[in-house]
Design a protein around this ligand. Structure first.
Ligand SMILES: Cc1cc2nc3c(=O)[nH]c(=O)nc-3n(C[C@H](O)[C@H](O)[C@H](O)COP(=O)(O)O)c2cc1C
Length: 380
């Protein structure tokens, strides 16, 4: 059985459906919910997402498919918000435990296999550079999820709507820090946003994207008022989380404001901060489409550890000295309306110890949730 994950509307799908008659189809029924980052698919009901909206079995479906075909609109160097949402909800396909693969930390395989994936990106007049970004994004996902890329195909379609955004003439007057994590105030993005907010000497406001999932257009109007937007976001499956891509797509269609500066404050679970590259590239591509000024960012590795140390009031002290320095540079850039170079850093903490602590933590969480360590490795 082949598994097709696509974001086409009924009319678009009708034109190609006959090629996929023998396949299991995952399409957008309007009910999919974004991953809330609870890790329940790892430590409560291993192998299955805990949100029952019809998309909870993605890990199982991928495992049981002979191959996977992904059909997506090319979106900021990667996949569309719906397809990304399905990827984010497929986390249970791998195990929570970390290991080193080709010199980088990644999750271990739940299933001893390398699932073949074909990617079909559609878009208008995609340049060779854009195609290269999509290929590099797909490669990163494949490395992270232990899959095999069979083919990456590009199809030409009609032109997409681009907003007509004019350059702002107003002096800078309001900074919005958008917390894109579904964990609301408990997340690491929220802690980092709170820290940045406290260091900014300009009027600023933190807004939770999660509070606007059913009223994205309202959020777009709020963001029209901001002169500076700081995207405070976790890394999900090697890219932006689906809910943030959905906001970006909505802004592309509905935004009526002026140009603004966009900064990034991003964190990730794995150790090597360089794995944030695709997320930074996607944000830059979105800024290009929107005619916004991408003005630099701070990318932070080992985010769960950083969040833990922030709870223990260690910001500015070991092991968060480098991160605090990066935060100073980011707040200075925002304060002075300046562009800065992207900074990637992590805590001053050895990788082997981070991996060991993280791996032993899963056993504790399993016990806490009434399951055994062996259950974590369950295959469905
Ligand atoms: C669905 C999902 C996918 C993730 N994918 C990655 C990934 O590809 N690489 C990585 O380093 N961390 C990944 N993480 C870990 C998060 O980036 C990390 O836990 C982060 O600290 C969460 O930030 P938050 O608390 O602000 O949500 C993923 C987490 C979730 C829930």
């Amino acid at each position: 059985m082949r598994l097709v994950i696509h974001d086409l509307d009924p009319k678009g799908w009708e034109q190609i459906a006959k090629n996929y008659e023998d396949c299991e189809i995952i399409s957008d029924n309007g009910k999919i919910r974004p991953c809330v980052g609870c890790f329940g698919c790892w430590n409560k009901d291993p192998g299955k997402c805990v949100m029952n909206d019809g998309y909870e079995n993605m890990g199982y479906l991928i495992h049981h498919a002979d191959e996977v075909i992904v059909i997506s609109r090319y979106t900021y160097g990667g996949v569309s918000s719906f397809v990304k949402n399905v990827f984010d909800r497929s986390l249970s396909y791998v195990l929570p435990h970390f290991d080193i693969f080709d010199g980088e930390s990644h999750h271990k395989k739940r299933y001893e296999e390398e699932k073949p994936y074909t990617f079909i990106f559609y878009g208008h007049d995609l340049s060779e550079k854009e195609k290269e970004s999509a290929r590099s994004y797909v490669k990163a996902v494949s490395r992270n999820m232990h899959t095999l890329i069979k083919e990456v195909i590009f199809k030409e379609t009609e032109e997409e709507k681009r907003p007509s955004v004019t350059k702002a003439e107003l002096p800078h007057y309001k900074v919005i820090l958008l917390n894109a994590s579904m964990r609301f105030k408990d997340g690491n993005s929220a802690k980092l946003a709170g820290q940045l907010s406290s260091q900014l000497k300009k009027e600023n406001q933190i807004i939770d994207l999660a509070a606007y999932l059913n009223k994205m257009e309202e959020l777009v109007h709020i963001l029209e008022e901001a002169s500076d937007l700081v995207l405070c976001t976790p890394l999900y499956v090697d890219g932006l989380p689906s809910q943030l891509i959905r906001l970006m797509e909505t802004m592309q269609k509905k935004y009526k404001g002026e140009s603004k500066r966009v900064y990034l404050l991003s964190n990730m679970g794995l150790y090597e901060d360089r794995q944030l590259t695709n997320l930074f590239e996607a944000t830059k591509k979105w800024c290009d489409v929107m005619n916004f000024d991408y003005s630099g960012g701070l990318g932070i590795g080992a985010g769960e550890l950083v969040g833990g140390f922030m709870n223990a009031q260690r910001f500015g002290k070991w092991p968060l000295k480098k991160i605090a320095k990066g935060m100073d540079q980011l707040s200075q850039a925002i304060h002075n309306d300046l562009e800065m170079k992207d900074i990637f850093c992590g805590p001053e903490f050895p990788r082997f110890l981070y991996l060991a602590i993280a791996n032993s933590g899963w056993k504790r969480m399993a016990k806490h949730n009434g399951i055994t360590e062996k259950d974590l490795f369950r295959q469905l």
